[in-house]
Design a protein. Structure first.
Length: 202
């Protein structure tokens, strides 16, 4: 009789252990399914992020290709057409005006003169123009205009961040910079700027 009771108790314990094991296995299976779902979501998110990065990279490369031979002229009144004005500026710099592909005003008309976007025959010619732009300060007609290379969105963002970095460096290192007689500036081309510490001008 005792053995029968013991067997029954043992059988009951085994059934309970089986049920508990089955329950744990079910919970583990659900957790695995949940992890697999999360993994699939992360993979999809990663694929989308990579796709977006590829699109941005291709767009940036395309923009850089389009801007590599362009310059922007600022501060020129609109009494004459953009092309005529640009030809006069190029002639003053001893640049062949026939190398101008196009020159047009940017944006809608407003009170202040609009910038002129100029596309030149090559990137080398653009670099030549930028090297000579300093001569404009000796001109009675063009000494108040500005000439810079056209930038892609990525290049403009890098330029903005570099100016912010330089401002932060000057603020954070103000005391030491004053002792050294130094200051941080943005150096290099606008398309490839970098922070540089130089002597402070009196």
């Amino acid at each position: 009789m005792v053995k029968a009771v013991e067997l029954k108790s043992l059988e009951k314990a085994m059934v309970e252990n089986f049920r508990e094991s089955h329950k744990r296995m079910g919970e583990m299976y659900l957790k695995m399914e949940e992890m697999n779902t999360k993994m699939d979501m992360l993979k999809q998110q990663l694929r989308e992020e990579v796709h977006d990065m590829e699109k941005k990279l291709l767009k940036e490369m395309d923009e850089r290709h389009n801007t590599k031979d362009r310059i922007i002229i600022s501060g020129v009144n609109e009494m004459k057409g953009a092309l005529e004005t640009t030809k006069e500026i190029m002639e003053y710099l001893d640049i062949d005006a026939s190398e101008i592909i196009y020159a047009r005003r940017m944006g809608k008309e407003q009170r202040k003169p609009r910038k002129i976007l100029v596309k030149l025959g090559s990137e080398d010619l653009k670099n030549k123009v930028l090297r000579k732009k300093g001569n404009l300060k000796n001109s009675a007609n063009w000494n108040k205009i500005y000439m810079d290379e056209d930038l892609s969105m990525g290049q403009r963002e890098k330029l903005r961040r570099t100016y912010e970095d330089v401002k932060a460096k000057n603020d954070e290192e103000k005391e030491d910079l004053n002792k050294e007689g130094k200051v941080w500036i943005v150096a290099g081309r606008r398309s490839n700027p970098f922070p540089k510490k130089v002597n402070k001008r009196e």
